[in-house]
Design a protein around this ligand. Structure first.
Ligand SMILES: O=C(O)CCC(=O)C(=O)O
Length: 460
């Protein structure tokens, strides 16, 4: 007889745990090798579309080692998780292949479970995969989650105190991003780490100017920028440093920072996502504000979930004076802002003035921005240079802004772990992203391997 209980409830968790431990015992594992499952993040108990049906949205049945998650009364066999113990080869919980197929459409947004400790000595690489896999999945529909929050879209006259403030709590950050379109995680980097990353960015930026390969601008990051060196009499108050992951290990580590990725997972509702770009953004006195835009401005329709999200890591204090990023709170729940080309400056401008608020915070914070949120860099009237790194992640069906499989330098590619390569776009996503080796032993997918196959002909 199976047992029924609410999805992601404590009882659910206890059942998964019991099943896993039952299998462990069957496999003759010592009692000390018990698996202990705990919730680490819970955002919503059930998807709103399910709640709207007015029934307990999810149930879980466990029978003979099978954990069957069903929506309402209707069983969905594609969500069956077979939890077993792969005793022969290695100690690992196995999740049925079917969940992988379901991965493309079934996404988890209710929460995540983690395995506390590692008493059975499960290899770390498998544990990582398992954490993602064992988590139950729900369906992301086109329901606009944020509309339910009751926050009006694009209001003016903000009281700064009601808007997101820096917090140490990743759950609060994700909730802020859902509600306001942005959230600020405090204390992501220590002072020492801020100093180390900023020094590398400064050195690279200075040398790119010296070598006349810099990305510079009189205004902000927009159409009005050039690649090269300083032109006569120009000071370039704005500077971008592209493809940072080719320019220092510190930037790869930043893109893979566990605190940043934990928030990103929440923002993307536990869907797969990958890295789209990593840029240093430096604002000096007289930098102008950028056109108000959203980071998925290229998507030709409104989307009910973010297709992209950005994290701005602050390497100096972000103040209203030195050009802290400016937001239009709640604007992620509507279409992208309008642009028109101003022929006088040959740059995109917003046809109407838009009220924005600065996201101020100390150095070492991470400002998470939903890809649909209207925002811009601020203008700087300060002698305190603003240093930052913006790291951009997207759902894996979106083209990367920096095409890492081709633009990663060979030594950098060789230095990457499997997990890092997956994040850099070497993992396929359904039918997308297959990499054919260009030569014997060339770059390939982390989750599949295609032999190098040249044009084959008979008789040659
Ligand atoms: O520099 C900033 O504060 C914002 C930059 C930005 O929005 C962008 O680069 O897309």
């Amino acid at each position: 007889m199976g047992t029924k209980c609410e999805f992601m409830s404590d009882a659910w968790l206890a059942m998964v745990e019991e099943t896993a431990n039952g299998l462990l015992a069957q496999a003759g594992k010592p009692a000390a090798a018990k698996i202990d499952l705990t919730f680490v993040e819970i955002y919503e108990r059930a998807p709103p579309e399910a709640a709207a049906w007015g029934e307990p949205a999810w149930t879980l049945r466990i029978e003979q080692g099978q954990a069957l998650v069903t929506r309402g009364a209707a069983p969905r066999p594609d969500l069956a998780l077979t939890i077993g113990w792969d005793d022969a080869a290695r100690a690992a919980l196995i999740v049925d292949d079917r969940i992988r197929k379901a991965d493309q459409t079934q996404r988890m947004m209710d929460g995540r479970i983690s395995i506390a400790g590692n008493p059975a000595g499960v290899p770390a690489s498998l544990l990582g995969a398992l954490r993602g896999r064992i988590a139950p999945r729900t369906v992301v529909t086109t329901t606009d989650l944020a509309n339910a929050s009751g926050v009006p879209i694009r209001r003016t006259g903000w009281d700064l105190a009601e808007l997101p403030q820096p917090t140490d709590d990743p759950g609060e950050v994700v909730a802020d991003v859902r509600k306001w379109g942005y959230g600020i995680l405090a204390n992501v980097l220590s002072d020492e780490e801020v100093g180390r990353i900023r020094d590398r960015l400064k050195e690279q930026a200075e040398l790119e100017i010296e070598h006349e390969v810099a990305w510079l601008g009189n205004g902000g990051r927009g159409g009005n920028t050039w690649l090269g060196g300083l032109r006569g009499g120009e000071t370039a108050p704005w500077q971008g440093v592209r493809t940072l992951v080719n320019k220092g290990r510190v930037f790869i580590d930043l893109a893979m920072h566990p605190k940043i990725l934990a928030c990103m997972r929440g923002i993307f509702n536990y869907m797969d996502f990958y890295l789209g770009s990593t840029n240093g953004l430096i604002l000096r006195r007289n930098a102008e504000a950028m056109v108000v835009h959203c980071d998925q401005q290229y998507v030709p329709c409104t989307t009910p979930i973010p297709f992209a999200a950005n994290v701005m890591v602050t390497l100096s204090n972000f103040t209203a004076e030195n050009g802290a990023t400016r937001m239009v709170p709640g604007s992620h729940r509507g279409p992208a802002p309008l642009w028109t080309l101003d022929p006088k400056v040959m740059d995109n401008v917003n046809p109407e003035p838009i009220e924005t608020v600065p996201a101020t915070c100390p150095a070492g914070c991470a400002i998470f921005i939903d890809g649909r949120l209207w925002h811009s860099s601020g203008a700087s009237s300060s002698d305190e240079t603003r240093y930052s790194v913006t790291t951009y992640y997207t759902l894996p069906f979106i083209r990367q802004a920096e095409l890492y499989p081709v633009s990663l330098h060979d030594d950098v590619y060789e230095s990457l772990s499997r997990e890092e390569r997956a994040m850099f776009g070497f993992k396929s996503y359904g039918a997308l992203g297959r990499i054919d080796a260009r030569a014997q032993g060339g770059r390939g997918n982390v989750d599949a391997s295609y032999p190098y196959v040249p044009e084959l002909r008979r008789g040659t």
